[in-house]
Ligand binder design. Structure first.
Ligand code: FNR
Length: 383
């Protein structure tokens, strides 16, 4: 039975709740990771391998948790990471998630692999803003999987621009889908069950409402993910898009530096939630690498991180080391699956409370006071 929402007091609680209500196929889609699962485990574990160095007696009566992304202020320095096929998780799909984000003043990145079209998702944002007299600081950004066909690729950018998305987050860690282990098991089971069960295809798997989706439920749509992308593609993208560009899925210092040289506005250190390369580095490890090998880019371009953040305090660690903001993925997915929009709101509240408690206990009252010397990363770097 689904636990009462008030029993969700930290991120792992949403996962347990989702497991109770979601069909197995949907839960597998959200929770699966690549290969033996080590990339995901590392993402989760590394945040615990650095410690704070808190300061005391600093008057922490009031704290300000606000942070801007490309000039758009949000209530918090975390945003909802782009995740595809939300229709697999909740009947309300992406609009159900968007409403939670808008009500709580958090930014959200909309996936190319969404169940609904970019236009319909933006409409749900506009409607919810209207309901709140346009008072929410929330903005929607767009995660771009580059269509193989150039015409279609440019057409998608045009639509994204027309809809009013505030930035293009180009995913660069997915020339093809990684080996999603639990999903493979499920596929094998389905193949074995052919003839036993008549219907194995869920409605959301067929997509339909979004012609640009390159994958549905974590399974690639044939020929839609482009393995041909190179750094040179940034040139024609730039010609067709005048807003901020972020490369999502940078995993080493060399590429971070290249990204800056190619003139992008930001990079997102990420291994796609441990769903792509086996034993990829955690975003935290890559952030430390950048601090060692190309610290000059910090402050020149925006640096975002995602993967395994499950507590508001984890967010603070990323900011101490130079991140502008962080993405949180699965906790919002599970919260949506279990409780819909109310779950999304609750998940923001949980992270926000941990964030503000963490700030006070660390001895800061605003996010710009977070500094590298407030964390001890020797265990992560020397072990
Ligand atoms: C993702 N992620 C993802 N990324 C992306 O660029 N486009 C996408 O469509 C998706 N889809 C997607 C689906 C699901 C179910 C998950 C869990 C993840 C990756 C996502 O944006 C982000 O990088 C990770 O989810 C962050 O890790 P955590 O917070 O889930 O540990």
């Amino acid at each position: 039975e689904l636990p009462h929402i008030s029993l969700c007091v930290s991120c792992p609680d949403f996962k347990r709740a989702a497991k109770v209500v979601l069909p197995r196929k949907s839960y597998v889609y959200a929770s699966t990771s690549a290969n033996t699962g080590l990339s995901l485990q590392t993402n989760l574990a590394d945040w615990g391998r650095i410690n704070f160095r808190p300061r005391v007696m600093r008057n922490v009566g009031d704290v300000d948790t606000r942070r801007s992304i490309f000039g758009h202020p949000a209530m918090y320095p975390f945003y909802i990471a782009p995740m595809g096929t939300l229709g697999a998780i909740h009947a309300g799909a992406e609009p159900e998630m968007v409403r939670g984000a808008v009500r709580k003043g958090t930014h959200m990145i909309v996936s190319t692999a969404s169940t609904k079209s970019p236009k319909d998702i933006m409409q749900s944002y506009v409607d919810e803003q209207k309901r709140l007299d346009n008072k929410s600081p929330t903005r929607l950004f767009y995660q771009y999987y580059m269509p193989v066909d150039r015409k279609k690729a440019i057409e998608l950018i045009r639509i994204v621009k027309e809809c009013g998305y505030q930035g293009l987050w180009i995913t660069v860690d997915t020339p093809l889908l990684g080996k999603r282990t639990l999903d493979r098991v499920l596929q094998a089971e389905e193949a074995l069950a052919v003839g036993v069960e008549e219907e194995t295809t869920a409605e959301w798997e067929t997509g339909g409402e979004n012609e640009f989706a390159p994958a549905m439920g974590g399974r690639a749509v044939a020929g839609q993910l482009s393995p041909y992308t190179t750094w040179e593609d940034l040139e024609w993208i730039r010609k067709n898009w005048d807003g901020p560009i972020v490369l999502k899925g940078i995993q080493c210092a060399e590429d971070a530096k290249l990204a800056q040289q190619y003139g992008v506005d930001g990079i997102l250190l990420s291994n796609h939630g441990g769903r792509q390369l086996h034993t990829a580095p955690s975003a935290l490890m890559t952030l430390c690498e950048i601090r060692t090998y190309c610290p000059e880019i910090i402050g020149k371009i925006e640096i975002f991180v995602d993967g395994g953040l499950r507590d508001g305090s984890d967010v603070l660690k990323a900011l101490c080391l130079g991140a502008t903001a962080v993405g949180v993925g699965r906790p919002f997915m599970y919260a949506l699956g279990a409780y819909g929009t109310k779950g999304v709101e609750r998940c923001v509240e949980v992270l926000a409370e941990e964030l503000s408690i963490g700030m006070r206990l660390l001895g800061v009252t605003a996010l710009d006071q977070l500094k590298p010397e407030m964390v001890n990363a020797t265990r992560l770097l020397n072990e």
